[in-house]
Structures are given as structure tokens and as C-alpha cells.
Ligand binder design. Sequence first.
Ligand code: NAI
Length: 463
Amino acid sequence: MANANHDLVIIGAGPGGYVAAIRAAQLGLNTACVELEDALGGTCLRVGCIPSKALLESSELYNEARKTFSGIGIKVPLVELDLPTMLERKDKVVKGLTGGIAHLFKKNKVTRYLGHGRLAGPRTVIVKGPDGEQELTAKNIIIATGSKVAQLRGVEFDWDRIGGSTEALSYPTVPGHLVVIGAGVIGLELGSVWNRLGSRVTVLEYLERILPGMDADVATEAQKLFTKQGLEFQLGSKVTGARVEGDGCVVEVDGREPIQADRVLVCVGRVPNTDGLNLQSAGIQPDRRGQVPVNDHFATEAPGVYAIGDVIRGPMLAHKAEEEGIACVEHIVNGYGHVNYNAIPSVVYTHPEIASVGKTEEELTEAGVEYNKGVFPFVGNGRARALGQTEGRVKILADKTTDRVLGVHIIGPRAGDLIAECAVAIEFGASAEDIARTSHAHPTLAEVVKEAAFAVDGRAIHI
Ligand code: NAI
């Protein structure tokens, strides 16, 4: 077996792993990254965030061309869907970005190994690639193997008609009836895509609300808006089974009539990917949820073995994994490295977008923290009116005594971009007054954030 030695070996080249690899190389470590897939970038770039955003963008433009162009004075005689071209464009976007990471690896002198990596004790990784096995030794190892689709008891996946998000990014034709199981982030994003492209979309959700964990007001408003757009929600639906039958599918829901569908998208969460990692060889035991236990510095029980991203606790978000990758490597090299989990934003890329950072009202109430609330609607903003996108609002929660910003929840146009300012505010320990007294360019959507900050003290101007 061929043998190589590195300072750091990272297993997995998703946003956690590849960012950690580049940062480690910047800090002077001889770094290697093991990745099973040809394309670098992990779920996010290959079959997650990026392709879904490409489809969300294209499907929204199609929708606008059909539904809103005539109202703003643009006559388009015939708007037709060309699904193969839409899917091709998505694949091109993915290819450009994954190729970009290969380029960044070369530029930073990160050694890339193609194959499946597994531990063989705390300081050794075996890579099983197309040309056989290779043994890598390293002082430090980072596990960044991400997550995979969680399955549901009774649901018989054929990874075609009944599948997860990967399949839903490439349906070759628009399904007549798509049943989405789970009204979380993936269900709403990909459900929106196919709804815009012409599918009837039924979303089955176990709970009595959509988007669990997000601010309840925002989730209620989102459900209203998505219902208006055509998504059919069946809340309180416990799916007990699904199978392919003929050239369609049948979905069984506890206590209700079975539902016929052309395709089924299962998105009831994701589970950490620890398959075949041979963690036991280093004395690491995943917990009950399959997560790799780590301390505050991402160290596992095994000396020199760390884990970051979706395989450990916390939200399964690309940018959370990136922060952890950088903090983990910096801690290995110079003894410092920290992630402020309270300032990690989360975004749902529907239309309008939904974004939040910090604490929800429910969390503050439960913790007994007293807060003031400032809310401002997009309808009071000039730019939103000019855009023709006036749905939604910004809500800022600030400590009742100190005025420190504790949480911001936005539903509205470009919420995902607007939340960045709010994450900075939380990171810097800003007060609502700080945001309110900061000049925001006019006319921009960001003025809604400023107005919501004014509203915390009951002095919003344009309402
Ligand atoms: P999720 O955890 O966001 O939502 C799953 C939903 O399925 C929940 O509402 C849950 O109550 C429901 N559910 C569970 N069991 C059910 C059952 N038997 N019948 C009906 N409903 C059931 O999971 P999702 O959407 O699969 O996303 C997976 C992960 O990927 C999440 O952690 C998410 O944060 C991440 N992600 C993030 C994105 C973003 O940041 N924009 C985009 C896509 C995924």
C-alpha cells in the first residue's frame, strides 16, 4: 500500500472540509483532503444549496414572466418552459463552482485524494480510490463528511419517483402531482420550484406548523403566502408509508385516505454521514443521533482527531460548517478559534425569502428574558414598492433593559442578504439604537431593518 504523510488530513471536501483545507494551507500546514466524489464542494455545491438556488432563480423568473410581467408593462407573447435547458444551466453553475474549488486547492497546494477515507487508528487514514488503497498518516485529522437524507419508516425509496432532494433537483419532466413529506427548508424550497414550474404540490407535515424552530409569526405568515402561491399544506399529517405503484406513487397518512402522486420528495431532515468511517478504530463512538461527539474546539475523544459541520451537533448549514472549519484549524495551529453560534444566520430561499439570526420570541419567553419588539413592514418601503415586492416584514427583538439586539426575523424580498447586517449587529453586541442611528442608503430594502430598529423604541418614521 502506498504511503504518504501530511500535517493535516481532512476527510470530506464540502464547505466545512474544503474551507478548513484552504485555511490550513494558508497557515502553513501540509494539508490533504480526501473526497469520494470527483467534484469537490460536497452536498452544498453538487446537490444542495447551489443547484437548488439555480432552480429557484430560474423558476421564479419563469413565474414572473407568466404572472407579473404584463402588470409592469412588459408584453411577452408566449412564455414557455424549456426544462432541459433550465436543468443544463443549473448543472453548468455547479460545474463552474466545483471546478473553482479544484483550482483553489491547486493554488493553495492542498493535496487532493480521490476515494473513500476511513480511519485506521487516531493518526491514520486509509483512502480507497479507483487505483486501490493508500495509507495517509497525519498529526491531525478532521472529519468533515457531512450528512445524508434521513429516511422514513414505511417509505420505500426507489431513488427516482420516491427520493430526496438530489432527485428533486433533476426531475426530467414536471410532475403532475408532487407530494412533499416535511414542511422544513428543503420541502418549501424545492416544493416552490416545482409549484412554479406547474406541478400541483401537496406538503405533508407532521407538526401543526411549518418551519419548526423558526420564529412562529414568520412561519405563520410564510404559510399564508405559500398557500396563496399554490402550495397545499396538510399539517398534522403523520406519513406512515409510501410506495411506487404502476407509474405513480401512493402515500399513506395516518387516519386519512391514501394520496396518489406522480413523485414523492422526502425531506424530513438529514442524518450525519459516518458510514464506513471506522471511527471505532480511533475509539470514537457516535452518539444516539449518529453525531460525532466533540468538545468546544471540535476535538473528539481520539487524540488529534477533530470533527466539524453536519457530522457534529448544531444546525446543518454550509456556513456553520465553514466557520467551524476555520475555527478548528486556527485552534490546531495557534490555540485560538471560536464560533459564535448565536450569530449564525439561517435563510430559506423561497419567494419571499425568510431569514433569521439570534433568538426567537419563543426562546426568549422560555428563558424568561424581557425584550422589546420592533416590527416594520416592507409595504412602507419605497424600494420594495418599486420592486413590486411588498409582502413581509422585519422584526427586531432587543433586550428590554440594555437594548442589545437579541434576534432578528425577516420575511420579505432579499431577506437572506438583509440578515447579514443583523448578524454583524449581534456579533458586535449592537443595540437596536445603534442600527437605528446608522445611515442606510435610500432607497434600499435595508431601510426596513433601520425602521424596525426605530420601531423597537416606538419611533418608526414611515408608518
Ligand atoms: P428540516 O429539519 O428542515 O424539516 C423536516 C420537516 O419534516 C420538519 O418540519 C418535520 O416536522 C417534518 N417531518 C418529520 N417527520 C415527518 C413525518 N413522518 N411526516 C411528515 N413530516 C415529518 O429538514 P429538511 O428540509 O429535510 O432539511 C435538512 C437539513 O438541510 C436541515 O438541517 C436544513 O437546515 C438543511 N438545509 C438548509 C437549507 C438552507 O439553509 N437554505 C436548504 C436545504 C437544507
